[in-house]
Design a protein around this ligand. Structure first.
Ligand code: NAP
Length: 439
C-alpha cells in the first residue's frame, strides 16, 4: 500500500488524486487536506459566481472524492495542525496543491489606501471566502479602476456591472449582492500597461462585456493596431482582438442607452494612488509605448478618478514551513514539480497563476508519473508508512476537528436549502457556521 498526502482540494489537488487512483488502483490511499472545512478551492471561491457551468467540474472531483481510496481531510492546516516533517513520517509522498492565494502587490505609493483591493480579496469577498467576508468595499462612488488585462479583471468588471436580475442562477453570496444592488458606479476603467495585442483576456470572457444589460464596453479606435497585424496573432488572441475592434465600433447612441461605461484603457501604467480621509480618489497613470513587447513610460502622466480600485495583476503562493520557496517567482522552488525527495507540487503552486482549470489535469497526471518513477528508483525510502491510520491517531491525540467528505455533503445540503430562489446555494462565509452545519 502506498500513502499519498495532497495538500489543497482545488482542481490541482483532485486531478492529482484522480491520477493516483488510475496509477495504483486499490494499492494507494490518498488523503486530500484542506485548511477550510469545504473542498474545491478556486472552483468554490475563485471561479466567478455567474459562471456556474465552469463550477460543474466539481462533480468530477466528487466522483474521485467518493471512492474508497481517496478521502477529504478538511479543516486541517498543514504547517499549523500538522507539520511537513510529520506528514513525511506518515505518507510516502506529499503533493502540495495549495494554489496561489495571495495578491501580488502593485508596489506603488498609496496601495494601502482604503477601497483599494487585490483581486484575491475582492473575488474572495463576492465568492464567500471566509477570509474576505468582512471586506465591505464601498461602491457608492462613480468610478472604479480595475488594473490588469486578464480574465480576472474581466470577472471583476463584469460583476461590478451586472444588475441584480443578471445574477439569477449565480451563487454570489448575499452580503456581496446586497452591496452590488446599491452600486452607484457609472464608469469602470480597465487599465492595461500594454496594448490590445498583449491582452491576456480570452474571447468568450471578453465577449461577455458586450452582452451586459446596463454596461457598454468602450475602446478608443486609435489604440488599435493596424488590422492586418492581427493575422500574426494566435487564434484565441485574434478572436479577443476582434471583440476589441467591435467594441471600438459601438456607436455613441448605443453607449448612451447604457448607464455604465466600461472603458478599456491601453498603454497606461499605474504610478501612484492618492486619496482623502484615508480613502482612494485618484490613480496617477503614465502613458506607455510598447517596445519589443515591453511597456516603456513616455513621460506623459494623467489622473484617473478612482473611488474603488481592484488590482488584478496575478497572485503568489503561500509559504508552508519547511518547504523551500522561490521568492522571485512567488511559488515553491521546484524542478518540474519536484521540491525535495518525497515532496512535490502541482498546479499554481508549481507553475504560478496561469492556464485554465483543465491545465491542472495533465499537471496532476504528470506529477503522479514522477512519484511513480521516484518510488521505482527507491528515492522515497521505506514503504511501511502508516498513512491515514497514523494521521487519525495524531488527530485524535491533538483534538483536531477533521471535516470529512460526508460532513461536507451535509454542509452542502444546508447551503442548497438556504439558497435564494433560482440560485444553486447560499454559501456559508463563516468557518464556525460551516462546521456547525455538518451537525
Ligand atoms: P493574467 O492573465 O496573468 O493577467 C494579469 C494582468 O495583469 C496582465 O494584463 C498583466 O499585464 C497585468 N499586470 C501584471 N503586473 C502589472 C503591473 N505591475 N501593473 C499593471 N498591470 C500589471 O492573470 P489573471 O487575470 O489574474 O488570471 C490568472 C489565471 O486565471 C489566468 O490563467 C486566467 O486565464 C485564469 N482565469 C480564467 C478565467 C476563465 O477562464 N473564465 C477566469 C479568471 C481567471 P502584462 O501582460 O503587461 O504583464
Amino acid at each position: 500500500m502506498r500513502h499519498i498526502a495532497i495538500i489543497g482540494s482545488g482542481p490541482a489537488g483532485y486531478y492529482t488524486a484522480e491520477a493516483a487512483q488510475k496509477q495504483w488502483g486499490d494499492d494507494v490511499r490518498v488523503d486530500v487536506f484542506d485548511m477550510l472545512p469545504v473542498p474545491y478551492g478556486l472552483i468554490r471561491t475563485g471561479v466567478a459566481p455567474d459562471h456556474q457551468s465552469i463550477k460543474g467540474v466539481s462533480k468530477r472531483y466528487e466522483k474521485t472524492a467518493l471512492t474508497e481510496n481517496v478521502r477529504f481531510v478538511g479543516n486541517i492546516k498543514v504547517g499549523e495542525h500538522i507539520s511537513i516533517p510529520e506528514l513525511q513520517q506518515l505518507y510516502d509522498a506529499i503533493v502540495i496543491a495549495t494554489g496561489a492565494p495571495h495578491d501580488r502587490k502593485l508596489g506603488i505609493e498609496g496601495e494601502d489606501l482604503g477601497n483599494v483591493f487585490g483581486s484575491a480579496a475582492f473575488v474572495g469577498w463576492y465568492n464567500g471566502h471566509p477570509q474576505f467576508a468582512q471586506l465591505d468595499p464601498d461602491l457608492s462612488g462613480k468610478h472604479a479602476v480595475v488594473i490588469g488585462m486578464g480574465n480576472v479583471a474581466l470577472d471583476v468588471a463584469r460583476i461590478l456591472s451586472k444588475t441584480e436580475a443578471e445574477f439569477a442562477g449565480a451563487d454570489i453570496v448575499a452580503h456581496a449582492l446586497d452591496i452590488l444592488r446599491n452600486n452607484k458606479l457609472r464608469k469602470i476603467t480597465i487599465l492595461g500597461r500594454r496594448g490590445p495585442h498583449q491582452i491576456m483576456m480570452t474571447p468568450k470572457e471578453l465577449g461577455e462585456l458586450a452582452a451586459l444589460e446596463r454596461a457598454s464596453p468602450r475602446v478608443a479606435p486609435d489604440d488599435l493596431p493596424d488590422e492586418a497585424e492581427d493575422a500574426f496573432l494566435e487564434p484565441g488572441l485574434r478572436k479577443s482582438v476582434a471583440h476589441l475592434r467591435s467594441f471600438a465600433a459601438i456607436p455613441e447612441d448605443i453607449h448612451a442607452e447604457k448607464p455604465i461605461e466600461i472603458e478599456i484603457d491601453f498603454f497606461a501604467s499605474p504610478c501612484s494612488l492618492s486619496g482623502s480621509d484615508g480613502k482612494v480618489t485618484h490613480l496617477k497613470v503614465e502613458r506607455t509605448d510598447v517596445q519589443a513587447g515591453r511597456a516603456v513610460g513616455t513621460g506623459e502622466f494623467y489622473d484617473v478618478p478612482a473611488d474603488l480600485v481592484v488590482s488584478c495583476i496575478g497572485y503568489h503562493t503561500a509559504h508552508i514551513p519547511d518547504v523551500p520557496f522561490d521568492e522571485r517567482a512567488g511559488r515553491f522552488a521546484n524542478d518540474d514539480g519536484r521540491i525535495l525527495p518525497g515532496i512535490y507540487c502541482v498546479g499554481w503552486a508549481r507553475r504560478g497563476p496561469s492556464g485554465t482549470i483543465g491545465t491542472n489535469r495533465p499537471d496532476g497526471f504528470s506529477i503522479v508519473e514522477k512519484i511513480a518513477e521516484d518510488m521505482a528508483a527507491g528515492v522515497l525510502g521505506r514503504s511501511d508508512k502508516q498513512g491515514r491510520e497514523g494521521f487519525d491517531l495524531m488527530a485524535e491525540q491533538r483534538g483536531l476537528d477533521v471535516i470529512t467528505f460526508r460532513d461536507w455533503k451535509k454542509i452542502e445540503e444546508a447551503e442548497e436549502q438556504a439558497a435564494r430562489e433560482g440560485a444553486p446555494r447560499e454559501k456559508f462565509v463563516d468557518i464556525k457556521a460551516m462546521i456547525r452545519a455538518r451537525r
